[in-house]
Design a protein around this ligand. Structure first.
Ligand SMILES: Cc1ncc(COP(=O)(O)O)c(C=O)c1O
Length: 487
């Protein structure tokens, strides 16, 4: 792993998610965070694409305090509450007609786990119990629970748990990542058609096998069609997040995928945990990249509560809502803290701030500026990084730079990261230089062993000056890592 950045001043009793003890934050305002050691750092990635309006917004602080004074907690199987009802109405009303019902959870993995169970409940309620298969995609991430790890395909995150994952029900097709996987002799249209055909072939391959096994063992009913597709394509796949680094689909991809789902009666499901709730400069990522297609089920999380609270939501189309309402009429899944009044009140306030301060427009404007600065600085003929820049891509307030140190080329000097990798080394160096970004390794091949990318997802209210500060600190850090690795 990469070397430890700044250590905590005192011994920690937390089992951290990093091989080092992360520095301790003591206060935060907007995109700035003050650390225990006295340093002030700038957060260019909103934590993990979460803090979409930064820290300490007075409107959200007030909403949380007011809610604590009003109703702090009620249990969702006994009582509903006003902020939850209002937030659900907001999400349905702003969904451009795509959604009919909503349910709350406490984060992204719970939202995707709920999507899996809700999809199954839908087919169970309508009597298509032979539908038991999920199709996800390689190089994707849907959460860290066992079912979401099975559904997605993130080699590094699956590795320790591989023997616990369900490979009988969860299947995978290729990623939609043109810059890496479209063949040189293919047009974009032909690439999309190849992916569409691969999905359809997967349906056909799974169909008879799965249905026969399931049908004879459990249901003893003639199968109709046995494949249920989960395609989390818009941020989980309309734009793939951390795994490959803000990778949008080729044009026409979602339309093609949906056409296969429609043909076989499967559900079309989008994971917008990272890409949704404004991150791309539109409320939903499918508004930017969906080819006019809307999902049957969708998960959102991070930007919903903006980091002020722990919350996620599942949005249901009329098809799914009707299927469940007409039968059981309620969700056969849930958690103690779902629809928490404080979480919902804070999320409503976050959404009000995004709307009243016109932050989606600012996200688009400052995001475009960020990308132009990244491109011009990193690709300038005088930049030592230029030969290694593979792609600068993104939309709204969500951008990534992908580097390529693996493919040999005469203009690339030799480098040796001494057992580390550029992505994580740059993340650590940025932190030393007072900047939070995310750096990753392994998004360039299906095995997850090649490619380095860095991700930027600042608050939607980031300013022009802050964007310049982010790019300065990032370029300096990346150059420092590179200069140490040159051989
Ligand atoms: C696309 C996607 N789905 C699901 C998750 C899981 O969300 P959480 O970490 O809130 O459980 C993430 C987290 O990064 C994500 O990016």
């Amino acid at each position: 792993m990469s070397p430890a950045p700044t250590q905590t001043s005192s011994k920690t009793s937390i089992l951290h998610r990093t091989p080092w003890s992360p520095p301790v934050a003591v206060s935060a305002e907007g995109v700035y965070i003050d650390l225990e050691d006295g340093r002030r750092i700038i957060d260019a990635v909103g934590g993990a694409a979460v803090a979409c309006i930064g820290n300490g917004h007075p409107v959200v602080k007030k909403a949380i305090k007011d809610q604590v004074d009003t109703v702090a907690y009620v249990y969702n199987m006994q009582l509903s509450n006003q902020p939850a009802e209002e937030l659900a109405r907001y999400l349905v009303n702003t969904g451009k007609g795509a959604f009919e019902l909503c349910s709350f959870v406490s984060g992204g993995s719970e939202a995707m786990e709920t999507v899996i169970k809700l999809a199954r409940q839908y087919f169970y309620e309508i009597g298509q119990t032979q539908r038991i298969n999920f199709i996800g995609r390689e190089l994707s991430f849907h959460g860290n629970t066992l079912a979401t790890l099975s559904l997605a395909y993130h080699p590094a995150r699956r590795a320790p748990y591989i023997d616990l994952l369900n490979t009988e029900r969860f299947h995978h097709v290729s990623p939609a990542y043109a810059k890496r996987f479209q063949r040189p002799d293919e047009t974009e249209e032909q690439y999309v058609e190849r992916l569409r055909k691969q999905l359809e072939d997967k349906f056909l391959e799974l169909g008879p096998d799965t249905v026969i096994g399931c049908e004879s063992r459990y249901f003893r009913r003639p199968p109709i069609i046995d494949a249920m597709v989960m395609i989390f394509v818009v941020v989980a796949e309309t734009v793939v997040g951390a795994t490959t680094g803000v990778v949008p689909p080729p044009k026409g991809y979602f339309k093609a995928m949906k056409s296969v789902c429609d043909k076989y009666g499967a559900l079309f499901i989008l994971d917008e945990v990272m890409s949704g709730m404004g991150r791309l400069g539109t409320l939903h990522a499918w508004e930017t990249y969906g080819d006019g297609v809307t999902p049957d089920l969708q998960a959102v999380a991070k930007g919903l509560g903006g980091g002020y609270v722990s919350i996620g939501a599942v949005l249901m189309s009329k098809r799914v809502a009707d299927g469940i309402r007409d039968q059981a009429g309620f969700m056969k899944h849930g958690h103690t803290y779902q629809a928490h009044p404080i979480a919902c009140a804070a999320s409503l306030a976050v959404q009000n701030v995004v709307t009243s301060e016109n932050l989606l427009e600012n996200a688009r404007t400052q995001g475009a500026y960020l990308s132009s600065l990244l491109s011009s600085r990193l690709r300038s003929p005088t930049s030592p990084l230029a030969p290694f820049v593979f792609d600068v891509r993104g939309s709204g307030a969500w951008w990534a730079v992908e580097f390529d140190f693996d493919t040999p080329s005469p203009d690339k000097p030799s480098v040796d990261f001494k057992g580390g990798n550029f992505g994580t080394l740059v993340q650590a160096k940025c932190l030393d230089n007072g900047l939070v970004i995310m750096g990753f390794h392994g998004g360039a091949n299906v095995e997850g062993t090649k490619g380095d990318h860095t991700m930027f997802s600042p608050a939607y209210n980031v300013t022009k000056e802050q964007v310049e500060e982010i790019v300065d600190r990032f370029v300096k850090s990346a150059e420092e890592v590179l200069s140490k690795a040159l051989v």
